[in-house]
Design a protein around this ligand. Structure first.
Ligand code: KG4
Ligand code: ZN
Length: 354
């Protein structure tokens, strides 16, 4: 009998050793992070992430290299995840009640690795498979910390690929009420950072230099977009045209003020729409999600706005804001409670409506 088959039989014949609660393993592989997490009754026991440094020299994620790195990382990441969650029985995969994975959106080759891994485990352990929408999971990351919003709440999800305002009525009743019509907020940070000669991803660097600069020194146009939607592509063009008119050495001499002014503009665009969403819905609990929520200007700006207008604001710890599997696990847990399982013939999708 082949070794692999023997191991699968071994797992399926062992008794389930469960200390407590509904146990979900989650796999996240939508972009360039290979991640796994285990939660029991919605409490995160482990959250392991392998980031892929292979993309650094290309100035962005190379899809083919991301898929290969997921292949290399997924088994060690899942093993470490079990080790962290259950140090006394790290090989006891039968403790699981369900296996959740990111089904969409993302890079298709990357999603395929996570999906195939989750499906294989689901077959081997005879446990239900749960498909998770990556953007819904970003919103539900707000339910991980012990201090969490009550329903209904609003969530501003800002990442490298998305910018959305979501109305959350319950864990599985989420509606996008506003989104970007072109670039995402993270792209706006990264693309303007590139114009300023900063390496990818430039968002965190803009944040760093902005702390030393004057946010009102340079004025960049804010777009007038209807409803609760956003646009960021004009900002990049506006910064480009502005820089083209300057003398050599201008960026070096004004880097802090340029970063502060760019950051101020992006944050103002985001906060104005959140203010509008609160006014329209009457909901005064506002959460942040996605990698850009690490931005100090945005965090401080939201907090100040909350204090001024009497809103409650929530920002999950950074490890749950950037791409991670804990947010997939918590979403998988709520889907498990509702019996929302998927069939084995489900395919990952690069794009997907909710
Ligand atoms: O959610 P995320 O980790 O990945 C996805 O895009 O799904 O978000 C990454 C984005 C990048 O655009 C990065 O530049 C931005 O988040 N980012 C920041 C900061 N930290 C990360 N942007 C501004 N300020 C930061 N401190
Ligand atoms: Zn994401």
């Amino acid at each position: 009998m082949p070794q692999q088959q023997k191991e699968i039989e071994m797992h399926t014949t062992q008794p389930i050793i469960k200390e407590k609660g509904i146990t979900i393993l989650a796999i996240e592989s939508s972009c360039d992070e290979t991640a796994a997490s285990i939660c029991v009754d919605g409490k995160i026991l482990s959250n392991v992430i392998a980031s892929q440094s292979v993309h650094e020299k290309y100035g962005g994620v190379v899809p083919e290299l991301a898929s290969r790195a997921h292949m290399q990382n997924i088994i060690p990441v899942v093993s470490e995840c079990f080790q962290e969650a259950f140090p006394n029985q790290p090989n006891e995969y039968n403790v699981l009640d369900g296996i959740a994975f990111t089904q969409a959106p993302g890079l298709i080759g990357s999603l395929l690795i996570g999906a195939q891994f989750a499906k294989s485990l689901s077959i081997a352990l005879d446990k239900p498979l749960i498909s998770v929408h990556h953007m819904q999971a970003h919103v539900l990351a707000n339910l991980i910390p012990s201090t969490k919003p009550e329903f209904p709440f609003l969530c501003l999800t800002v990442s490298g690929g998305h910018t959305q305002i979501v109305l959350a009525n319950s864990p599985l009743d989420l509606t996008v009420i506003g989104e970007t019509i072109d670039d995402a907020a993270g792209e706006a940070f990264d693309k303007t950072a590139k114009l300023l000669g900063l390496p990818y991803p430039g968002g965190p660097l803009i944040d760093q230099y902005a702390a030393l600069g004057n946010p009102l020194k340079f004025k960049f146009a804010e777009p007038q977009i209807p409803e609760l939607n956003f646009s960021f592509s004009g900002l990049k063009t506006s910064v480009l045209y502005f820089l083209q008119k300057q003398e050599p050495g201008f960026i070096e001499d004004n880097l802090n003020d340029l970063c502060a002014s760019v950051q101020y503009t992006i944050v103002q665009i985001l906060l104005k729409k959140i203010k509008k969403a609160v006014a329209q819905t009457g909901i005064k609990q506002v959460c942040l999600a996605g990698g850009v929520s690490a931005n100090s200007g945005l965090r401080n700006g939201l907090q100040e706005m909350g204090l001024k207008h009497g809103w409650k604001t929530f920002v999950p710890p950074f490890e749950y804001c950037t791409d991670n599997a804990a947010m997939i696990a918590i979403t998988g847990y709520y889907k498990y409670l509702e019996g929302q399982f998927c069939n084995l013939d489900i395919s990952p999708a690069a794009r997907a409506e909710w």
